[in-house]
Each structure stands twice: as C-alpha cells, then as structure tokens.
Ligand binder design. Sequence first.
Ligand code: NAI
Ligand SMILES: O=C1O[C@H](COP(=O)(O)O)[C@@H](O)[C@H](O)[C@H]1O
Length: 262
Amino acid sequence: MDEPVLLTGANGRVGKAILRHLGDSFEWRLLDRAPLSAARRPEGIDEGDVYVADVTDREAVREAIAGCEAVIHLAGDPRPEAPWDSVLQNNIDGTQTMFEAAVEAGVEKFAFASSNHAVGAYETESRTPEMYRPEDDYRLDGTELPRPSNLYGVSKATGEVLGRYYHDHHDLSVVNVRIGNLTEGHPPIDYERGQAMWLSYRDCAHLFERCVLADYDYEIVYGISDNDRKYYSIDRAREVLGYDPQDNSAEWDGKEHVDGER
Ligand SMILES: NC(=O)C1=CN([C@@H]2O[C@H](COP(=O)(O)OP(=O)(O)OC[C@H]3O[C@@H](n4cnc5c(N)ncnc54)[C@H](O)[C@@H]3O)[C@@H](O)[C@H]2O)C=CC1
Ligand SMILES: O=C1O[C@H](COP(=O)(O)O)[C@@H](O)[C@H](O)[C@H]1O
C-alpha cells in the first residue's frame, strides 16, 4: 500500500491495538475528535497527519481523507447501551459521511468496525449458555441477517448496509468486521460469552492489516481470535482476507500480556 491509510477513532481501544502492532506498516492519517497523546502516536507520524475532528464534519473529513487509498473506520459510540441520539449522530451519520468522502476521494478499500451487537439477538434463551461452550457447534458465519441486541447494534447493522450501498453504486471495496470482545492482555475473566468472542490485540491488528492488503468486493466477517469456544465462524476471514489468528482464549496462562503481545 503506497498511499496513506486513514484510521478514524485512532484514540480508542481498537485504534490502540492497531497502532501498537502496525504503527510502522502503513503511512497513517489519524483522526479522532479527542486529541491523540504523543505517546500513542507512532514514530514518524507528524502533526500534519493527525486530525482532531468529528466524523460528522464533512469538510474536516474531506481534508483528512484526501489522497488516502484505504480507510479503517472505527470512530463512533461503542457503548451497547448508547442512546439513539448518539448512535444516530456518531455511528450512522458519521459512517455515511465517511463513506461519501471515501468515494469522493477515490479510496479503494473501506474497513468498517461493526459489532457482535449487530447479531446479538441470535443468542436466544434456548441457545445460551450452551452456544458459548467449546463442544457446541452453532456458528454464525456472516451470511445471516442482522438481529441487533440494542440500538447500538442497529447502528452497526446500518453501517453494514451503508457499505453495501457504497459498494454496489460506487464500486468501493468494503469489509465489515463484526468485532467480538477486544480485551487487552488476556481474555475476559468469568465471562463465557466474552471468552467465546475474545479478540486479542495482536489478532485485531493483524485482521485490520489484512483488511487493508487483501482484495475483496463486499464482505462481512467476524473479528475474534481462534478461540476453542466460539459461535462465530472465522472461515470467511481466513479465506477472503488471509486472516491467521494466533490467540485462543482457552490457552490463557493466567498472566497479563502487554507490550507487543496479545
Ligand atoms: N472494543 C470492542 O470490543 C469493540 C469495538 N467495536 C467498535 O469498534 C470501534 C472502536 O471501538 P473502541 O476502540 O472500543 O471504542 P473507544 O471508545 O475506545 O474508541 C472510539 C474512539 O472514537 C472516537 N469518536 C467517537 N465518536 C466520534 C466522532 N463522532 N468523531 C470522531 N471521533 C469519534 C472517540 O474519541 C474514541 O477515541 C467502535 O465503532 C465500536 O463500536 C465493535 C465491537 C467490539
Ligand atoms: O460492540 C461492542 O462489543 C463489546 C463486547 O460486548 P459485551 O456485550 O460483551 O460488552 C463491548 O465491550 C464494546 O464496548 C462494544 O463496542
């Protein structure tokens, strides 16, 4: 990838995982409405490539995206309990602004941070907690219709549909990553569901690296590590993106791993 990659929401947890492991891999443009601390900014990124802006600000987004070849769009309200006003503005309007600007700027690839909450209602009373356990073979694979858990999940499903529209009508390559539960250092403790959809920091970074480098049309993939417990298939991410996760919540050794690991 010769041209810059725009990372929105760079100041958040997913942004941290990506920049920790891929800081040197691309020429980055970083955008977040909160200022990025110097410690979080990878070496070699100068002030001019860091944008403190809201993703609903069309002019600011146009400026940040100009000349970029790919976008990783993370910015948004990540709270499962977020109210409608917030997801409407930050997640739906913000994502539409990003897609529109991407098309206008001639961006080739767009990776959208979708969520497990776009499909949370598949976790019915009759399927849980068995579906969270290693011996259970129930799998969602990305071909199913959204069944959101909450209004936040509705906003993520809407982002996926916006991507479908911009792919079909403007030929943008779009990949929606339904991220599971990103937790730093170790899988969630005493939380079977979270362990089943754990995504380690290094697998997260690797997955988004593949979203920038692989060739695809329109895809929905699950973003989890290769956990023994899983109810999301990662086959599509392996096949289309070349995703090759290294971590598995079943192998947690009881120690925290930071600074370059997990
Ligand atoms: N952390 C996780 O386990 C999961 C995260 N996701 C999605 O991944 C994305 C990133 O999530 P996290 O890093 O965990 O959240 P976070 O809250 O740590 O980071 C989000 C970042 O986006 C910025 N932001 C929010 N609204 C903005 C706006 N309107 N304009 C510009 N910047 C804005 C915030 O300042 C923040 O730095 C979100 O879209 C979230 O829905 C999806 C599934 C799981
Ligand atoms: O989409 C998201 O999902 C994760 C995991 O969901 P949870 O229901 O297990 O908490 C959540 O932590 C994150 O904040 C959210 O953006």
